[in-house]
Write a protein that binds this ligand. Structure first.
Ligand SMILES: *Cc1c(COP(=O)(O)O)cnc(C)c1O
Length: 427
């Protein structure tokens, strides 16, 4: 097991005394791999530096937002310049209009959009809106899909909950959880069955169109279309949670790649440029059900915060300027080629789309949560620590996706490839 340096270790002991589990978000605690996390005081491009001066090539990218790598100059400049004029107004500011127009242009299914401060908030609000707009209470989600720590969605939720062996959270009233139906991903018959039984109660179906919170697996051909059709037949709204995939897989997210039009979309991560941001949007007639126009209440003191929007807009503009998505595809292809060479003949599976990937410690293909759970998490932990020891930081859980950025240079990937190949000879 890799051990952090002395300064990190000291901070960790202090953190444990005053922060539950030492962290402000559970997966950071390394419970999925054992050992203790390192503390970071800086990151640039594809590398992060810990408080003991050790450098790592980073494949977490602050869990998705850092699509241009860490601390891109355009984002730092935008935040610095904007901050000189104030950090929050609580009155409409021009960046809100620019962000709304930018999102609607990049994601055509979004006709109107509202900003929030996190992906969780965006999802929570979208669910409330779907219920308010349809007058129905039931929601349908998929096993292994994570939608933030929204009460009614912390049911078979993947990610942190899965890492900790807690598919469901305490503190959620059974009466609320009973309004959530869950089905396995890539199994249209299971969804049909729920619609047959409860179709008239279902307000919405929510999913990650490319589930990336139980590792990473892809929708099979025709699957998303079939979900769209079932929603149409039964008058349920379709919500794509693109907090992770939005603005990452393509300018218009997974819905652009798969050609599906959801009714509502939730967003976050990349649009915040590393500051706290979420958004939800979609059909204008549904969005107009929100207060002050309609009866569904939703609000936020810091929503549309100028610093956060300046950071997000700067990041999106830069991605468009350099056509970052094409670049990410070639970076992803390089990673995939070297990983596939390294795992050849081994019971391991590498899955990738664009700049997101996962190495499962089991045979493939992995197509849903049940498959993902076959992965040997003890082997994963051994691999994780071996990589960390050599200065390569992957997410500290088998059930997280890896992220590439436009700052992952060929040299960084070649170095990673050499190290990983060497480590994997022992698997
Ligand atoms: C990260 C994530 C969320 C939650 O976003 P937060 O900003 O962490 O609240 C929701 N949905 C998906 C798909 C995510 O990956």
């Amino acid at each position: 097991m890799h051990h952090p340096g002395p300064i990190s270790h000291d901070l960790w002991n202090r953190a444990l005394l005053r922060i539950p589990g030492g962290v402000n978000s559970p997966v950071r605690a390394f419970r999925g791999v054992g050992g203790e996390p390192f503390f970071v005081n800086g990151a640039k491009g594809c590398t992060i530096t810990d408080v003991d001066g050790r450098e790592y090539i980073d494949f977490v990218g602050t869990w998705g937002p850092a699509i241009l790598g860490h601390a891109p100059q355009v984002v730092i400049d935008a935040v610095t310049e904007t901050a000189k004029h104030g950090t929050s107004f609580g009155i409409p500011n021009p960046l809100e209009v620019e962000m709304a127009e930018t999102i609607c242009r990049m994601v055509p299914s979004v006709e109107k959009v509202r900003m929030t401060n996190s992906g969780t908030e965006a999802v929570m609000s979208a669910i409330r809106l779907a219920r308010g707009a349809t007058g129905r209470d039931r929601i349908v989600k998929f096993e292994g899909c994570y939608h933030g720590h929204v009460d009614s969605l912390l049911v078979k939720a993947g990610s942190g909950a899965l890492t900790l062996g807690q598919p469901d959270s305490a503190g959620i009233p059974a009466s609320l959880a009973s309004l959530t139906s869950t089905v396995p991903f890539n199994d249209i018959e299971a969804l049909k069955h729920v619609f047959q039984e409860k179709g008239s109660e279902i307000a919405c179906v929510i999913l990650e169109p490319v589930p990336a919170n139980a590792g990473l697996y892809l929708p099979e051909p025709g699957y998303l279309e079939a979900i769209r059709n079932l929603c149409n037949e039964h008058g349920a709204l379709l919500i794509f949670d693109e907090v992770m995939t939005g603005f990452r897989l393509a300018p218009g997210g997974a819905q652009e790649i798969y050609g599906i039009t959801p009714d509502l979309t939730t967003m976050g991560k990349v649009i915040g440029g590393g500051l706290p941001v979420g958004a939800f949007g979609g059909r204008a007639d549904i969005m107009d059900q929100l207060a002050p126009l309609g009866p569904v209440y939703q609000a936020g003191t810091l929503s549309g915060n100028p610093l956060a929007l300046a950071a997000g807009l700067a990041q999106l503009k830069e991605m468009e300027r350099i056509n970052g998505w094409a670049l990410l595809e070639s970076i992803g292809a390089q990673m995939e080629e070297s990983m596939n060479t390294a795992i050849k003949g081994k019971p391991l599976t590498f899955q990738r789309i664009g700049s997101m990937f996962c190495l499962y410690f089991c045979g493939g293909p992995v197509r849903n949560l049940e498959d993902a759970k076959k992965s040997d998490t003890i082997a994963f932990a051994r691999y994780f620590h071996a990589a960390l020891h050599e200065g390569i930081y992957f997410a500290p859980s088998q059930y997280e996706a890896g992220f590439l950025s436009t700052a992952h240079s060929s040299e960084a990937l070649e170095r990673t490839s050499r190290i990983i190949s060497e480590i994997l000879t022992q698997f």
